[in-house]
Design a protein around this ligand. Structure first.
Ligand code: FES
Length: 159
């Protein structure tokens, strides 16, 4: 019975294949959406973006900057209220209220903590917004969305 042997020559090849397979598994159903200029947003300002999933259904999200005390963060969420599943902004592209220091839903007034996305006031207390991971790339923000998408270029909406 032949036994395979790991040698210093074969291990890097095996390791590279395993790494590639692991990366493929981890990224299956994941794609990135680049939103031009989003890294330059001011506090409380947001820019919407959209992308299509594999079925052609368009999903909308938004990136927002939040600067409060020592916190200076960009967040990305799906534009979808967990209460009954409507758009948060009702097409206004405004997601944040300085008066209550929260992202809020214009339909029934649910308020969400900016950093955590958790609702702490309104009809869906305890539920949370769907967050997307993001990274800054120069002036752009690259958002990782977890939809199975094959085509459909992302388009940042005019703000
Ligand atoms: S749909 Fe958002 S609070 Fe009701």
């Amino acid at each position: 019975m032949a036994r395979s042997r790991l040698t210093k020559r074969t291990w890097p090849k095996i390791s590279a294949v395993a790494s590639r397979k692991l990366a493929d598994a981890l990224t299956k159903g994941v794609r990135e959406v680049r939103v031009a200029g989003a890294a330059k947003l001011d506090h409380g300002c947001a820019v919407p973006f959209s992308f299509a999933d594999a079925d052609g259904d368009v999903t909308q999200g938004f990136i927002m900057r939040y600067t409060e005390g020592p916190v200076d963060a960009l967040v990305a969420y799906r534009n979808w209220c967990p209460h009954i599943g409507t758009d948060l902004d009702m097409g206004t592209e405004r997601f944040y209220s300085r008066n209550v220091n929260r992202i809020y839903c214009r339909t029934h007034g649910a308020r969400f903590q900016v950093i955590t996305g958790v609702c702490d006031f309104g009809p869906c207390v305890g539920l949370h917004l769907e967050a997307y991971a993001l990274r800054v790339d120069g002036d752009d923000v690259v958002v990782t969305v977890s939809k199975d998408t094959e085509s459909a270029d992302a388009s940042a909406a005019d703000s």
